[in-house]
Design a protein around this ligand. Structure first.
Ligand code: ADP
Length: 264
């Protein structure tokens, strides 16, 4: 298992993490291990659902092409849809903009018993918003503390927040964007803003490093997931979510034997 965590109190420097890391594993072995984690996840998610007292949300962040959709497909292949909520956060609507930035996020938090996956999240409000200068610095700067308080509130309400930064290199992003440009089945995924964002790579990196540094709390730490190899990214995310659920150890509710007597 690679070290995906940043030691408490230390700043996040993404250049300290190798996006191509894969533990020396072969693809086939990694895919087989991922399948085993997915099978275990299904059972754990079912128990969380039955217990209905706690919830988990997996926050996926990363630059365009970092594999957020692929990681979601992998998790969704393991977890029954009855236990799963997937939410993608796009540019906020007029209604969303007329509320505080956490309003839409709070509304999408999974209910007790469920696992949520956030494809982008409130971290856009300190990353893209900063890079694209959508709000003044005085506003986004305050948001780190507001996010930490929000995540504490969620935790106190029984929600475990698992935060994954899918870390790819600039070269790997180029390859993936080039693939999308050439593949008729993927061209629709690309717009001019994605190519503009690539030109702002360094600004995005700084914004992510600051967001991760300021919001890397012991209770909701960031995991830097090596994501140049899609199969290794899936393995790391699957392991993390499985470990989170195993630590929660959800239990079936107690059975009332009096029910047996009622069966005619
Ligand atoms: P994706 O790239 O996630 O597959 P889209 O191409 O629709 O999906 O991109 C969603 C866009 O919405 C991204 O460019 C992202 O930066 C933007 N976005 C998400 N949240 C916010 C936000 N709070 N403020 C501004 N832009 C946002």
């Amino acid at each position: 298992m690679p070290q995906t965590l940043i030691p408490p109190g230390e700043p996040c420097l993404l250049s300290n993490f190798d996006p191509g890391h894969h533990e020396g594993l072969e693809r086939a072995a990694a895919e087989e291990e991922t399948r085993l984690h997915c099978t275990a996840l299904d059972e754990l998610a079912y128990r969380l659902f039955a217990e209905a007292k706690r919830a988990v949300v997996v926050v996926l962040q990363g630059i365009d092409g970092s594999g957020k959709d692929g990681a979601i497909r992998m998790l969704a292949s393991g977890i029954s849809p009855q236990c799963l909520d997937v939410k993608s956060f796009k540019s906020p609507s007029a209604l969303e903009l007329s509320h505080d930035f956490l309003w839409r996020v709070h509304a999408a938090v999974p209910a007790h018993g469920r696992i949520g996956i956030f494809n982008r999240s409130h971290y856009e409000d300190v990353v893209v918003v900063r890079v694209r200068k959508l709000v003044p610095k005085a506003i986004w700067r305050e948001r780190y503390a507001q996010i930490n308080a929000f995540e504490k509130l969620l935790r106190d309400g029984g929600l475990t927040v698992v935060k994954c930064f899918l870390h790819i290199s600039k070269d790997e992003q180029r390859k993936r964007l080039a693939d999308r440009l050439r593949d008729p089945a993927k061209q629709w995924k690309l717009g001019p803003s994605d190519l503009e964002d690539r030109r702002l790579w360094d600004d995005f990196t700084t914004a992510y490093e600051d967001a991760i540094t300021h919001c890397n709390t012991p209770e909701a730490p960031w995991h830097i997931v090596p994501a140049n190899h899609k199969w290794y990214r899936n393995l790391v995310v699957a392991r993390l979510v499985r470990k989170t659920l195993e630590d929660l150890d959800p239990q079936f509710p107690p059975f009332d034997p009096a029910l047996l007597a009622k069966l005619e």
